[in-house]
Design a protein. Structure first.
Lengths: 150, 228
């Protein structure tokens, strides 16, 4: 019975019986387009050895040529390098906003070198940023390592 | 024609509600067992207060990375840890920034101390061994590669956002995936509660002892931050 209802429902929808308001008036309104983009980073210590990777996920939207939204969706760092740990509890180390009609999303990442198991064994901290820039035309996405929306 | 369509839609909703009712009853029984078996009261732990005071900032953009964050059985049943819902809300948000009014700079030092504490805890013998057992339990429940509770967030993040390899993804596609992952997240949170009940609860004294020991051995300024 349920199967019959579902088949009927799908048949009606696919028959083209229902038309959209835009088609009815003949005018296509400008719709908002939204995308997600990423910045994958390889994090190096001062000695140029890789200590981890970072991932920043951003969302941006635009209507026509105007950027309408910029949002940091998620960001995380990972490491499998011995003695290095990720510190993900940093405050005010991330932001997003629209500047010069560009969606700009950034986050700062911290890695700690801990050789041992006590407080005194924190010997080094490495800090760096990832940034996503989303646009409404041309090259839609660009990434860099700036720690600011400006 | 529209009336037929409307009737069919109502039929579908009624059928759907029936199915979901059955599922809820099954889950309730299961969760009742879980909560009665769970004897961990994290609010009494040495770091509970500081953890709670920074949690809003700690989780400003990532809801479940806190070592001490545990969902209630009701929340686990409805939304897991809340991560998928959080991400769906962000993806659907209409220019209203979440937590925009938070001023986390006021707790920056406390956050830093708390974070280092969490890193150190994972290096302590007892905590490390207990989390290894928890991880094994999670793996046996079908959730592998989560080596400790701080990894729960990353595990879901990786599933939520597979690499794009330089491309972009329409957000509608990401939202559809998030809706699918929500079911996985709910199952994971329920397995988590069960594993905490069997692997953490019986030995929680050891976990607490590691926390006390680290707080007492910290430099005085950090001890102050962690005790207040």
């Amino acid at each position: 019975m349920l199967k019959l209802i579902l088949v009927s429902f799908i048949t009606i929808l696919s028959s083209g019986f229902i038309t959209s308001p835009a088609n009815a008036t003949g005018v296509e309104p400008e719709t908002e387009e939204c995308y997600r983009g990423e910045k994958l980073g390889s994090f190096k210590a001062a000695a140029q050895n890789t200590i981890g990777t970072t991932t920043l996920i951003g969302l941006w939207c635009f209507v026509g040529k105007t950027v309408t939204q910029a949002e940091l969706l998620d960001g995380w760092a990972e490491t499998s390098t011995p003695f290095w740990s990720v510190d993900y509890s940093q405050s005010d180390d991330k932001d997003s906003g629209i500047v010069d009609n560009e969606a700009r999303i950034w986050q700062r990442f911290h890695f700690h070198l801990l050789v041992g198991t006590t407080w005194l064994n924190f010997t080094q901290t490495e800090i760096g940023c990832s940034r996503i820039i989303g646009r409404s035309s041309g090259d839609l996405i660009e990434t860099d390592t700036r720690c600011s929306i400006y | 024609m529209l009336n037929i369509l409307k009737s069919l839609t109502i039929c579908l909703i009624v059928f759907g509600a029936g199915c979901s009712q059955n599922n809820t009853e099954t889950s309730d029984n299961k969760l009742e067992d879980l909560s009665s078996g769970s004897k961990v009261d994290y609010q009494t732990w040495p770091l509970a207060q500081v953890g709670e005071s920074v949690r809003e900032c700690d989780d400003k953009y990532n809801t479940i990375t806190s070592l001490f964050y545990v969902p209630s059985s009701t929340m686990a049943e409805q939304s897991g840890y809340g991560y998928s819902d959080n991400q769906i809300n962000r993806m659907n948000n209409n220019n209203s920034r979440i937590s925009n009014d938070l001023d986390c700079s006021k707790v920056a030092e406390k956050l830093s101390a708390f974070s280092k504490m969490k890193i150190l805890l994972l290096k302590q013998d007892s905590t490390s061994e207990i989390y290894s057992n928890w991880s094994q339990c999670m793996s046996e429940s079908g959730f592998s590669d989560i080596s400790n509770p701080t990894e729960r967030g990353f595990h879901l993040s990786r599933k939520m956002y597979p690499p794009l390899n330089g491309k972009m993804e329409p957000i509608t596609k990401a939202i559809a995936r998030a809706e699918e992952i929500k079911d996985y997240e709910i199952q994971m949170a329920q397995a988590d509660l069960a594993c905490q009940s069997t692997e953490l609860a019986p030995v929680q004294d050891k976990l607490i002892a590691d926390q006390v020991s680290l707080i007492e051995s910290a430099p005085s300024d950090i001890t102050d931050l962690l005790r207040n």
